[in-house]
Design a protein around this ligand. Structure first.
Ligand code: ATP
Length: 374
């Protein structure tokens, strides 16, 4: 496997990469009959970078991946890999000539071949002796070298998926495409296979484009996340950027539960039942949607007996492990009741019906024009 660049930060990883992107979509449009699945998608993956395509079911993620793989020819637009044009301008390079690795949800191992034979399968151009060494290197990378002689049916789902990854990485592709690679695994296995995959991709030095509908999984795996909705790219950036500076309510809500509060801008800010938030550049009197993450609401026992702005009554509190979920009843500035969720450290379980003071962490609350795309 190629040397690992000593890069720890997303921006650094991208900035350090020289030359053209490992993979680039330029204005890709793809339709199935009249159904336009991908609309004007432009996105680049730098060498050794992992990018996750994230979005709800049917938003076009898999179609984009299949276009990159050469399994679908786009209606228009271009696909480039490392400066080589694969689609557009009359070109349609077939999958086997793209030098990519593919990992699917269903592992797709050959049942009649053992693990080693499965991994050497794509190395037919190498000398027999080198093939075995390369395949064993790749299996070691995913922690499966001890299973070389096993047949797929004797392996767990997680082990099979690691072999599928080893097979994809063995030819040292410049780009690996992964389509929901962990979704067939139960939660416990998923965590460990995800971790193995993360480190194997890092060590391999391959660029990766991975499809997922799970925001936490995308944040775990990706240097950069591209959020799609209805065939379009809505926002792309480092996980931190998308979480802390979502462009619209759809992106904000995709990264976890949000409390939704409506308000009116007054003098460049909006007053809500949980605190005042800046609304720069928004006109006086403009209606806004305020999205507040449950972890933005910090609670402490109040010394007052009635609910007013900045205070709320506890409806119930449940320990969920590392955190507790506190259901709160507050009042809008208009006086209307509001049901909110607060996520607090697990040890804090306020008694029902007590009043709590709320401190709002403004970095986890977002103000959008009223009626903006949900
Ligand atoms: P999921 O997470 O459910 O796999 P996705 O975001 O990957 O969804 P795609 O599989 O790319 O979405 O599908 C995008 C749209 O294109 C969907 O409306 C889907 O029904 C449609 N579609 C996908 N494949 C085909 C096909 N072979 N023929 C017709 N329509 C298709």
């Amino acid at each position: 496997m190629s040397d690992v660049p000593n890069v720890t930060d997303t921006e650094t990883r991208r900035e350090r990469s020289e030359g053209p992107p490992a993979l680039e979509f330029r204005n890709i449009v793809h339709a199935y009959g009249t159904m336009v699945a991908v609309k004007d998608l432009s996105l680049a993956v730098a060498p050794s970078e992992t990018v996750c395509l994230l979005g709800p079911s049917g938003c076009g993620k898999t179609t984009a991946l299949r276009v990159a793989a050469g399994l679908e020819s786009p209606a228009s637009g271009e696909v480039w890999m490392a400066g080589r044009q694969l689609n557009g301008g009359g070109r349609a390079v077939p999958p086997e000539h793209r030098h990519i690795g593919l990992v699917f949800q269903d592992y797709a191992l050959f049942p009649h071949m053992n693990v080693l034979e499965n991994v050497t399968f794509g190395l037919e151009r190498m000398a027999e002796r080198d093939r075995r060494a390369r395949a064993m290197d790749s299996l070691a990378l995913v922690g499966m070298a001890d299973y070389a002689e096993n047949y797929p049916h004797t392996l767990s789902g997680g082990q099979q998926q690691r072999v599928a990854l080893a097979r994809a990485l063995a030819p040292k592709p410049a780009v690996v495409l992964l389509d929901e690679p962990f979704s067939g695994l139960d939660a416990r296995l998923r965590d460990s296979v995800r971790d193995k995959t993360f480190h194997a991709l890092r060590q391999s030095g391959a660029a990766a484009l991975m499809v997922t509908h799970d925001a936490e999984e995308a944040m775990y795996m990706a240097d950069r996340i591209a959020v799609m909705k209805d065939g379009r790219l809505v926002q792309d950036g480092a996980p931190r950027e998308l979480y802390q500076q979502p462009r619209n309510p759809f992106v904000a809500a995709f990264f976890g539960e949000v409390n939704r509060i409506s308000g009116i801008v007054q003098g460049g800010s909006v007053e809500t039942a949980v605190g005042v938030l800046p609304a720069p550049g928004m006109a006086n009197g403009a209606p806004v949607d305020v999205l507040v993450r449950p972890e933005a609401l910090r609670l402490s026992p109040a010394t007052v007996n009635s609910i007013g702005p900045g205070f709320a009554k506890v409806l119930s509190a449940r320990l969920l492990g590392r955190t507790s979920l506190v259901h709160l009843c507050t009042c809008k500035t208009t006086g209307e009741e509001l049901h909110l969720h607060a996520r607090v450290p697990g040890s804090y379980l306020p008694v029902e019906e007590t009043i709590q003071a709320i401190e709002l962490d403004q970095s986890q609350a977002f103000v959008f024009p009223g009626g903006a795309a949900k």
